[in-house]
Design a protein around this ligand. Structure first.
Ligand code: TGC
Ligand code: FAD
Length: 410
């Protein structure tokens, strides 16, 4: 299959059932909007409006039927959702890290799978090509990835090497005029429909390097993983390399070692920290609305102290996460954000969102388990988010190492 066949396939999504979406009110208890620039607010509001109009009405059907809404990719490209903080000379947004953050927040307010698609493309495919690639690679791939003409995926995890990617077995040999790539990657977001994969593999000296593998290269396949209860509106698959001949110009020349992929993860984990707030905001907003409308014992359930306690605690946790993440964005803009600070925000915010999804689900009673409301979908999605990009416990250990100077992984 060549690239244009895959592009056509991405547009070929079955007819989706549209449902009516309730008006959304974003929680902003500490007037954080005032800390955003006019440009940040404009970007946030345009992505919010697009999500409300185009994605919210179909997302429950996508998740129920396990359909990734790939037909939205060209519009996501036009809106600047892919690689917004990379330079304009490569067709990207040239925006700052807070702009990137608010975009991820609004996309994940809709669905973590949609945010996955965007953050893999921006932080795990475009970022390494920009940061570690040659000028020719940047020019060849970045404008097409920014527009969504090409989609990418990121292959680090293997079936037996998840938290410990340094143990990977995927390898390549120098054959003189090309590299020969063998091995496989597991749990790869976007792989079933990606045009290119940024793949991390060991050379003959056991040193990790990044290679750009294109769909259509002989021996390269991307089988889909089925049966997920989580991220059902996102496509996840494997990457299989059976003697794939990779042109030498596809090696990312400017990095070697695990710091290559881990450096990309810093950017993606930062985006997740913002995104998780979006998922929490959606669940909180639904809980507030429902608690005012739902009557029991002849009163709105929002009049009961136990419901108010839940809502007050949710709002407090969202506000703390917003403050943590906004400050992290400032540090990122100044290139001062550390891996441990990013781990703290990813870890805190995803757990916060998962707890809020569960509490909000309880406030909706039995109705909360249906696709009339977003909580169950967010809750199931967040079970992936708390595992990928470093599990909850791996981030705790990264923080532990930062505090003590002693690593407890091995
Ligand atoms: P360690 O010895 O600590 O480090 C190896 C080398 O890497 C450097 N380094 C970093 N460099 C840049 N950024 C970072 N965040 C870095 N962290 C470490 C380090 O300085 C060292 O450099 P050098 O020059 O000395 O070689 O490595 P380790 O093998 O002990 O592992 C440490 C550990 C466990 C923290 C790390 O491997 C880890 O983070 N594991 C979790 C794996 C993970 O997050 N995988 C994510 C896969 S991608 C994904 O999930 C995408 S989901 C996408 C979606 O759908 O949204
Ligand atoms: P394991 O590493 O086997 O961990 C199992 C358990 O052991 C966890 O609780 C973990 O915290 C714990 N554990 C492991 N080591 C230690 C330790 N030293 N100390 C204490 N506890 C430990 N990867 C990619 O490369 N690209 C992608 O696009 C991608 N997308 C994904 C999409 C989805 C939907 C999912 C579920 C995963 C995706 N991943 C991707 C893989 C993801 O990054 C890994 O699942 C994750 O890093 C954990 O690896 P694992 O599943 O092998 O779990």
């Amino acid at each position: 299959m060549n690239l244009s066949d895959m592009q056509k396939k991405r547009m070929d999504v079955p007819a989706l059932h549209r449902k009516t979406v309730k008006k959304y009110t974003a929680p902003d208890h500490y007037l954080l909007d005032e800390l955003l620039s006019e440009e940040h607010r404009m970007i946030r509001d345009s992505v919010r409006a697009w999500v409300d109009e185009k994605v919210m009405p179909i997302i429950e059907d996508c998740a129920q039927r396990n359909i990734c809404p790939t037909h939205l990719i060209p519009e996501m490209g036009t809106l600047g959702i892919f690689g917004p903080a990379l330079p304009t000379e490569y067709g990207c947004g040239g925006l700052d890290q807070i702009a990137y953050g608010v975009i991820m927040q609004e996309v994940e307010r809709c669905d973590s799978g949609l945010r996955s698609m965007a953050s893999v493309q921006g932080s795990l495919v475009m970022y390494p090509i920009y940061k570690y690639g040659s000028e020719a690679q940047r020019k060849k791939y970045l404008p097409k990835l920014a527009s969504g003409e090409y989609m990418g995926c990121f292959g680090l995890t293997e079936a037996d090497y998840g938290s410990n990617p340094g143990g990977m077995l995927t390898n390549y040999k120098d054959m003189g005029d090309h590299y020969l790539l063998n091995g496989s990657k597991m749990w790869i977001s976007n792989s079933p429909f990606a045009d290119i994969a940024v793949v991390w593999a060991k050379n003959e000296e056991g040193r990790i390097h990044g290679l750009i593998v294109e769909r259509g290269m002989e021996g390269f396949t991307t089988p889909e993983i089925h049966g997920k209860w989580s991220l059902r509106a996102s496509a996840t698959g494997e990457l299989v390399f059976d003697n794939v001949k990779v042109p030498k110009e596809n090696l990312l020349p400017n990095v070697s070692g695990l710091k290559g992929p881990l450096g990309c993860l810093d950017s993606a984990r930062y985006g997740i920290a913002w995104g998780a707030i979006g998922a929490a905001m959606a669940c909180y907003d639904s809980a507030v609305q429902y608690s005012k409308e739902r009557l029991q014992f002849d009163k709105p359930i929002g009049s009961f102290q136990l419901i108010q306690k839940k809502l007050a605690e949710m709002l407090t946790e969202i506000t703390k996460a917003q403050l943590l993440t906004f400050r992290l964005g400032q540090l990122k803009n100044e290139d001062r954000a550390t891996t441990a600070q990013i781990s703290m925000a990813k870890r805190n915010n995803v757990e916060m969102a998962l707890n809020i999804a569960r509490e909000a689900r309880q406030i909706h009673g039995g109705m909360g388990i249906t696709d009339e409301y977003p909580m169950m979908r967010h809750m199931a999605n967040l079970e992936s988010v708390i595992t990928y990009e470093g599990t909850h416990d791996i981030h705790l250990l990264i923080l532990g190492m930062d505090i003590t100077g002693i690593q407890a992984f091995k």
